[in-house]
Design a protein around this ligand. Structure first.
Ligand code: SF4
Ligand code: SF4
Length: 344
């Protein structure tokens, strides 16, 4: 009963935030923050981690969360690296909720324990996504169903927050059919499941091969309970290697705040605009809302595409980008681990 009440409250808060996002276009819908670049794993396709960095001090993270709240941000996703390596992650969740923002975490799951799950319950975490790449660990990824099964059972038993399990197709994953096994296990345990399409380590957008496409279709037939259903057209085009026509609102409706506190378009466009969050203003939001991104047609960053759905029906982007602001040609962007997860 407690879980049902918590879930109902959460859905009501998210619906209110979604309505506000539709009505008002001058605030960020989603910000991804990185409190720790370090990761305990080393997935072969990943370009978002290091092996040595220290956690960002809690006070600094809280100041960043306050700044995002002041900008009107609706939802925060904490990613990494591996965010559960940060010792104060639950204190960040508490601050997000105190400031009225929806809270979520993307993790590889290795540091989950009953005690950690209870701490997230107490902090009133809203969403947790765990990414599972295969059934058995291999040289590409250690995020395997067999190794993470005990964590999934703890989550099913104890978590008061919503849990999504993301599986992936493409990107060097050796047994495409593993994505089906992961999705089925997630459903058995009462979680939502999503699938992300990833591409090769060079970031090239490639259509899925016949075997991968068969798995993708089977996952679609299972019916997504997550946001893949909302973003179906994008996903289908990526599967076939086709460009998408959309308006990327990164830098305005979506912010990527790295461990140094700089705002970037997304994990794959780090360096642009590269402005410190503390100095990010309504003028920056307005400019980036109107700025077309040359990398959009072959972009695989699913969470930014989902955010764009709130505005695709309005406000064409007309501003000519300032010199050097968006010099990347229309080359495909690699799907970041975290965003894959959110498709992921
Ligand atoms: S994909 Fe996630 S778990 Fe794997 S190395 Fe990158 S950050 Fe770590
Ligand atoms: S890679 Fe995708 S999300 Fe990032 S700036 Fe380009 S179009 Fe936007």
């Amino acid at each position: 009963m407690n879980r049902l009440i918590t879930r109902a409250h959460r859905l009501a808060r998210v619906a209110t935030r979604a309505a506000w996002a539709l009505l008002h276009r001058r605030h960020p819908i989603l910000a991804q923050v990185v409190p720790m670049r370090r990761c305990n794993l080393a997935c072969a396709y990943c370009n978002e981690y290091d092996t040595t960095s220290k956690p960002v001090p809690l006070e600094e993270m809280l100041a960043r969360l306050d700044r995002l709240a002041d900008l009107g941000t609706s939802m925060i996703t904490v990613s990494g690296g591996e965010p559960l390596m940060h010792p104060d992650l639950d204190a960040m969740v508490v601050r997000m909720r105190e400031r009225g923002m929806v809270s979520s975490i993307i993790t590889n799951g290795y540091y989950l324990s009953p005690e950690r799950i209870r701490r997230f319950n107490a902090a009133r975490l809203d969403y947790l996504q765990i990414s599972i790449d295969n059934v058995e660990p291999d040289e590409v990824s250690m995020k395997s169903l067999r190794l993470l099964e005990p964590k999934l059972k703890w989550l099913a038993e104890l978590a008061e927050f919503s849990v999504n399990v993301n599986s992936v197709v493409g990107g060097g994953i050796q047994v495409p059919e593993d994505a089906l096994a992961v999705a089925r296990r997630a459903r058995e345990l009462g979680f939502t499941s999503t699938v992300g399409i990833i591409h090769d380590g060079g970031g090239q957008l490639r259509p899925l091969d016949e075997r991968q496409m068969a798995v993708y279709r089977a996952l679609q037939r299972m019916g997504s309970r997550g946001d893949t259903r909302v973003n179906r057209i994008f996903q289908d085009n990526l599967a076939h290697g086709r460009p998408n026509q959309w308006r990327c609102r990164a830098g305005a409706r979506y912010l990527y705040v790295d461990e140094g506190g700089l705002v970037h378009y997304c994990s794959q466009r780090r360096g642009t605009p590269g402005i410190p969050l503390a100095q990010y203003t309504a003028d920056d939001l307005r400019r980036e809302y109107d700025t077309p991104k040359a990398c959009a047609p072959y972009c695989t960053v699913n969470c930014v595409q989902r955010v764009a759905l709130f505005d695709n029906w309005r406000s064409p982007q007309k501003t000519v980008p300032p010199a050097g602001a968006d010099v990347v040609p229309a080359a495909p962007a690699a799907a970041p681990a975290s965003d894959r997860a959110l498709a992921n």
